[in-house]
Structures are given as C-alpha cells and as structure tokens.
Design a protein around this ligand. Sequence first.
Ligand code: F6R
Length: 642
Amino acid sequence: MEIDITNNKSITYKEAGTFEETRFEKIHNVIFESSQEASVIVAEEIASLIRKKNDLNEPCILGLATGSSPIKVYEELVRMHQEEGLSFANVTTFNLDEYYPMDKNNIQSYFYFMHEHLFNHVDILPENINIPDGKVSLEDLYQYCIDYEMKIKTLGGIDFQLLGIGRTGHIGFNEPGSHFNSGTRSITLDHITRMDAAPSFFGIENVPRKAITMGIGTVRSAKRIVLLGWGISKAEILKKTIEGDITSHVPATYLQEHKNTTFVLDQGAATELTRIKTPWLVTSCVWTGSLKLKAVVWLSELTNKPFLKLTDKDYNDNGMSGLLTEEGTAYDLNIKMFNKLQHTITGWPGGKPNADDTNRPERATPNKKRIIIFSPHPDDDVISMGGTFDRLVDQGHDVHIAYQTSGNIAVSDEEALKFAEISRLLNANSKESENIINFLKHKTENDIDTMEVRNLKGLIRRTESLAATRYLGVHDSNVHFLDLPFYETGTVKKNNLTVADIDIMCNLIETVKPHQIYAAGDLADPHGTHKVCLDSLFEALKRLKHHSYMNDCWVWLYRGAWHEWESYEIEMAVPMSPDQVLRKRHAIFYHQSQKDGVMFQGDDNREFWVRVEDRNRLTAKKYNDLGLAEYAAIEAFKRYHF
Ligand code: F6R
C-alpha cells in the first residue's frame, strides 16, 4: 500500500522493502529539514486517517507515545482541532506505557503528559482514553496487562501507532532483551533509559525502575506505524535499527518485518545513515568542496593513513574512484585537502593584525574587534571555548560575554541552602533567607522552586560566572546576564521562544555592533536549552541582518559540552598550549555549583572540565592523525552564514 501525503512538499510513504534506495537500509525512512516540518506532515497523516474513519462512521484507534519526540505532532493536532475543526469524537487511544509505580497526578506521569499535551485540548471522550495505570496493585498487574491487550484486540487493533525510540533501541518501554511476540507487561527499565529520564526527575535516584509497556507484538500488530527520530543523540541507534540485523538487543529492529512502517527523521537523526554519512558508498556523488574533504577525512581514518600518504588504490578500493577521475591523481587531491585543513588552524581567532589573511579563517581588519560570546548557560563559554576566549582578550579585542539563561535549574537544593544559611547568618535579607530555608527543607518532588529560590540559584551562577570572566580579564561591565524568559519556568520543560526573548538578544547585538559573534551550535544538548538559545540568535540575526553594521559581523559556532564538530566540518581550529589548557581548566573551576554531582550530566559521568579536556585533546589528535602538526589541544568552530 502506498499513502500519498501532499503538503508543501510531496512525500510518498512506501511500503518497507519496496524502495531500497540503498543496499544498506531495511526500514523505509524519510528525512526532513527540521522536526517541526516533519511533525506537521505526520499530524496530517493522523488527521486524514481520523477524518477518513469518521466519514466511514468507524472508530479510529490510535496508539500514542510520550516523551519529547511526539510533542510537536500533538501541538499540530491541537491546532487542527482548534482552527480547522478536526474532531476526536470518533478516536480511541491506547498509550504505549506508563512508569510503575506512578500516580496519575504526578507531573512526571505519562497520564499527566498526555492530558497536558493533547487530551485537555481536544474533544476526545474521556472513556476512549486508555493509558496503562501506574497504580494498579502488584497482584492485579498480570491480569491488568492481559486486559489492556484484549481491549485493543476487541476494538479491532490499532490503526495508527506513533512511536519514539530510546537510545537503547526501545520502542514503548520494550528494553533490550524484549521478545518479538511480547505483549503488554511490566518491565524493568534499562539504565540508559533511566539516565535519559533523570533530568526531568531531578536525578536518576528519583526515576522509577519499572514500567508497564505494550509489547513488541502489540506494536507490530498495528496497521500503520510511524516512528519519530529527532536530533543527533538518536543518530547511532537509528543507524543500528535501520541498517543492522534484527536482534532483541535493539528491539526496534523488529520493525524491519512490519510492512507499513515509516521512520520520520530530521537531519540530525539521519547523520549516521550510510547514504548521508558516506554517500559515495551508495551512489555516484556530486563532489562539492565540503563533500571532498569529508570523504578524504573518512578515507584517512579508515585506512589509518595521514592525507599525504593516501594512494590511488585507497581511493579506488573505497568507492571514491569518481572523485579521483575529477581531481586527477591522489597526489594532487591529497595536497589540496591537506592545505584546506591546514588553513583552518590559527592562533589568532580574532584575525591576525597586519598579516595576509587570504588563507586565514578570520579577517585581519579591524585589528581590534568588538566581539560577543553567547553562552546558553553560565559556563558554556569557558567549557567550550575557554582557550579561544582567553586568546581574544589577550589579543586586545573588546570581548563581551552574554549568558543567555540564568541556569538556575542546575543548582542543587543543597547548594542553595548553603548560601541561604550564610545569608541568614549575616542577617541580610533575613526574611527572604528564612523563606528560602523553609521551602528547601520541606520541598517535595512535585514542588517547583519559588521565585525567591530561583533567584538565589541564579545569583549563585552569576557570581561564579563573574569570578571566571574576571580571571580571564573581562571587565564586569562587559558581562551581560540576559535571563531569557523562555527558560524561567522553574522546571526542565521550557517555554517556547517569544518576542521578549528575541528583543533581548537584538538589543545587545544592536548596542555592541559586533564584528564577531560566537554561539553554541550544539544541538545535542539533552534538555534542549542550547538549541533554543541558538534559535533565538538565528531569529535575532534574521531581524537585524539588513543593518549595515551586520555586513561586518561573522558568526562562529562552537559545540557545547556533549559533542565536537567532525574534522571535516571545522572552519577555524584554535590550538592551545599545555599552559592554556590549565588556564581554561582554572576558569571552569570557578563554576563550583556545577562540579562533582552535576545535575545535567547526561550519561557521561566525567566532570565538565575532564570531558572537555579529553575532547580538545582528541580534536588535536585527529588533526595530527590526518597529518597536521601535533598540538596539546584544539578548540573548533564552524562559521554560520546568515
Ligand atoms: C514513550 C515511549 C518511549 C519513548 C522513547 C523516546 O511513551 O514509549 O519509547 O518514545 O524513550 O523518548 P524521547 O521522545 O523523549 O526521546
């Protein structure tokens, strides 16, 4: 069966196994520019199914997921209900899963999630909503799961199943080891799954260990399945699922045998697929400059040879003979690529005064540049580009630092209590200190920090930031705390960007009129703040780009604490000496509330300064392995053209 959905773009969903665009992929997938655009298309497919069933006077049975992946699909369905009259009166839903034990009133429950994002805003009949009950007693659990399964069957099975995918390869909560024919049951959550859920539960120790989930068999019996995958943190598991062998270690691979499944991905999530990562292995390529570098870096890493030692045979043996035909010999191509990479290296990130800048990443003039470093949280500046920051100040540029969010959510209650108690001892603002101490001492898991507590936590991060910027030689008047409003919810879930956020960004840019902007281009931030901060910059640039001073403004993106640019993506590589590495470490240490038990570490237990040193050392090693000079560490940037 083929389902044609035509929106702005024409997308044809094809039955798995009938498309074979590559010899690697075993599940039909479509890649969109952004998750927003993709979510609208998926919502349209759901809406047209609901309408079709309605016209036939039939119920529409939807299998629904929670988590971050389907949020925009639900948003769009709500919009269609409100603005286009899409009715859910004929819809019955079955949710995939629920934590166990879990009270439905708990804000972490999937019951709460579904009502918050969808059910409270549409006309679905409450009796048609089915979500596994996280409060069912242990004795009744077995029968409860059988009944859930039976209810789906009795209603004729699921017409459309929406899925996300966990980094373990789970669908629903079918963790590795789940059986092909499994039905609805209770399950023990994988450690990685619990780690991923930790931020919203404020620590892994609060994440339930068990859940109730529909089984793989239940999911597979759906007539149509659409799995959503967003962001590079999902790229690796999606490659395994789409291209790997079917295995219970990656339960989502079972979907390879389902005949009407489509994976809908954004560009980040698709990055590891062979046809995206190494297209020359799949088809003949149009060899753009950046694709050439990407391919030669790949070949060099594959063969363990520096650029200048690659031979014609290396190219031919690895699907790149077309490139050689275009470029002549390996010798010519190697030198060209070597020079290209060599020219990214500079100790003068603000440009080298009075030097020929033809082959340098930055312009020589003006000698002294006005610069804004945007830092999503109060510490990303030093974590991700502390060495470059240090050089920019040292080389006499007018460096401004803008902390986009207060970062208050990442300060632990214990840390805040310590400062509140000191404040009370000093008798300053003692009423406020008293309130804070009282609140923190009696705080329960459903309590959101009061404004006073959030304020204190934000102040802790401000003073830490000032200690670091002073250490690097920046005057306090050049340090800006933007406290963008989208962040100030007191919870992990943030608001959408509004004009108020963009105004604040624009005001600063208009005041400074920078020649350079540095910003976090880190889309893998597990709780999304970096991405929103980047979007706020892009919006501001869109608004300001017609001003003449913006013609002189270049934007450089660094990556945050989680990932680094690939070698072929780097357009400016700033080396650090061993002493500069130590200065950077020192600057990071000022952010004391983010040391030791960091709350938002993701699945990497290393402290920020350790992982960033490892990362900068690795970038330097990669350059060295490709045949370039050996440095202690390198910070990397990619230019953003607006
Ligand atoms: C949620 C569910 C899970 C999630 C998966 C991805 O109901 O069953 O399988 O879909 O863990 O979660 P997100 O979308 O938050 O990355």
